[in-house]
Design a protein around this ligand. Structure first.
Ligand SMILES: Nc1ncnc2c1ncn2[C@@H]1O[C@H](COP(=O)(O)OS(=O)(=O)O)[C@@H](OP(=O)(O)O)[C@H]1O
Ligand SMILES: Nc1ncnc2c1ncn2[C@@H]1O[C@H](COP(=O)(O)OP(=O)(O)O)[C@@H](O)[C@H]1O
Length: 228
């Protein structure tokens, strides 16, 4: 095969691989996918686990960060490598240029979805905890992962409960009109329609973080993510 034929063939493979790996068509042209000799399967073998994303969604105060950390610790104790991507924390760095208007939230979720996908590709259990209020954006993150490796956990706590907790005093500020566009008050939260795990209050009592983390660990184990 001449140099031209080889180049065309290589570009075709590169385009196929890139479209498999990326969510959107890149803006830049003349970019090429470069594969490495060590792949996801090799990393999973090394770690004795399978990469996946546990995506925790819910209102502010619903317990996302608490669950993310409890789950992270539980997996660590079991010798499984996990990493928490917390919305609040990421807004101090990667997403510090973003606010809370709709388009910023969309971009926030898109970026975290892509980062989570990289962590899963690295072979880790990536725990993402963000309000992620728009269904479409969560579904777009789900679509980035291969079948079954996006596990959506919905902390379905009532606004009343979250507002009563109000650990940061943000609901109080939102009610006083000092924060505009606060999720659940004057900005929407779209509940998942088909999440893998839904956590609800039972007789007004919320399951403990430890019980919920246990439920997620059981799910991950049953689906085969905690062994190679
Ligand atoms: N307007 C408004 N609406 C909702 N939340 C607000 C807002 N302003 C600040 N905060 C604080 O930001 C945290 C949510 O960040 P996220 O990145 O998870 O939000 S989102 O997914 O982009 O909607 C959220 O943290 P959590 O309480 O842990 O959910 C709040 O502390
Ligand atoms: N399962 C739970 N039961 C009782 N209180 C909880 C539970 N999970 C979290 N909390 C408390 O609720 C508040 C909000 O939790 P947090 O994890 O910060 O929520 P979010 O990240 O969704 O804003 C905190 O004071 C936390 O200690």
């Amino acid at each position: 095969m001449g140099a031209e034929g080889l180049r065309a063939g290589t570009e075709m493979v590169v385009e196929e691989k890139a479209s498999e790996m990326s969510s959107t068509v890149p803006k830049s042209s003349n970019i090429f996918w470069h594969d490495c000799a060590v792949g996801k399967a090799d990393r999973q073998k090394l770690l004795k686990q399978k990469g996946c994303v546990v995506w925790i969604t819910g209102l502010s105060g619903s317990g996302k960060s608490t669950l993310a950390c409890t789950l992270g610790r539980e997996l660590h104790t079991r010798g499984k490598l996990a990493y928490v991507l917390d919305g609040d924390n990421l807004r101090h760095g990667l997403n510090k240029d973003l606010g809370f208007k709709a388009e910023d939230r969309v971009e926030n979720i898109r970026r975290v979805g892509e980062v989570a996908k990289l962590f899963a590709d690295a072979g880790l259990v990536c725990i993402a905890s963000l309000i992620s209020p728009y269904r479409r954006d969560r579904e777009a993150c789900r679509a980035l992962l291969s079948d079954g490796s996006f596990v959506e956990v919905f902390l379905n706590m009532s606004l009343e409960l979250c507002e009563a907790r109000d650990p940061k005093g943000l609901y109080k500020l939102a009610r006083a009109g000092k924060i505009k566009g606060f999720t659940g008050i004057d900005d929407p939260y779209e509940a998942p329609l088909n999440c893998e795990i839904e956590i609800k209050e039972v007789d007004g009592v919320c399951p403990t973080p430890s019980d919920t983390a246990g439920q997620v660990v059981t799910y991950l184990a049953e689906k085969g993510f905690l062994h190679e």
